[in-house]
Design a protein around this ligand. Sequence first.
Ligand code: KG4
Ligand code: ZN
Length: 338
Amino acid sequence: KENIYILGIESSCDDTSAAVLCNDRILSNVVADQRIHAEYGGVVPELASRAHQQNIVPVVHQALEKANITKEQLSAIAFTRGPGLMGSLLVGTSFAKSLAYGLGIPLIDVNHMQAHILAHFIDEDNHKKPLFPFLALTISGGHTQIVKVSHHFEMEVLGETIDDAVGEAYDKSGKVLGLGYPAGPEIDRRAQLGNPKAYKFTKPKVDGLKFSFSGLKTGILYFVQRETKANPNFVEENLNDICASIQYTIIGILMDKLKLAVKQTGIKHIAIGGGVSANSGIRKALKDAENKHGWTTYIPKFEYTTDNAAMIAIVGYLKYLKKDFSYFDVMATARLKI
Ligand code: KG4
Ligand code: ZN
């Protein structure tokens, strides 16, 4: 059987990424993250699209070179159509169209949120692929969703955030604590050195499988303001404990909702995806739930958690098998739904 080579392109937010897949195996996965945003404490859309334009050709070139194939060997080009920042999406979309058109090969549009889930179908040593049906918890800087996945492209959002995403809760709490952007990894690192029960933050009260994180963010802000008034060095002196307590609260919220989703659906196979699935706390909580509740959990390899093109390429491969190709007038869609 002939090998299928897919080039995946991801440019939805602040990472420019290109990956090459041979069937469902990754040959290369190159990510250029944009350090420029750290200075501003968050992603600046205008700067992000400019950086994508600067990075896209070198990143694609590197991905092909690392994969040791030429562009003429490619079977199809897969790209992120949305959701994401419009200016960023336009760069990847236009580039993917031009390249596919030039090479005379199929173009495949990919939903970024589906890709965070379907990254689990990349063939990796020591990684089991999820069995259908399973529940996916997708947690990133832009999204927080619980999705019922009946088949690769049969997905139903059971619940999502009504305000901030969980990654935003991490990043905004980090800002209050004077940490750099993105703060998620730093809070996670410090959380492992602190006492998770040192401080108590209120969990939001939202119905069913909906999430809310904006109240928590404000709660943390007021807490820090109050304590700093009493002791100006409060944050410095207790940073690890504060981080541990924030992480404990957030993981508690996520696990409560997952338990409810399992109860409602009877599905005990759980996969996680998105930038926050790199978090040590959620990984540990899921492992514990395997023993405690009899769940089967699927935790992605580290490099497939934050935004990357390998996950776009695997969706491209799965769609290629179905001959589910895009028309060349397909448009980037900032609010694309699953
Ligand atoms: O999926 P992603 O790369 O981009 C979006 O699509 O949003 O996710 C980025 C988010 C950021 O908010 C970042 O702080 C968070 O993922 N993140 C983490 C960790 N690593 C990245 N949050 C908590 N713990 C981590 N270890
Ligand atoms: Zn993402």
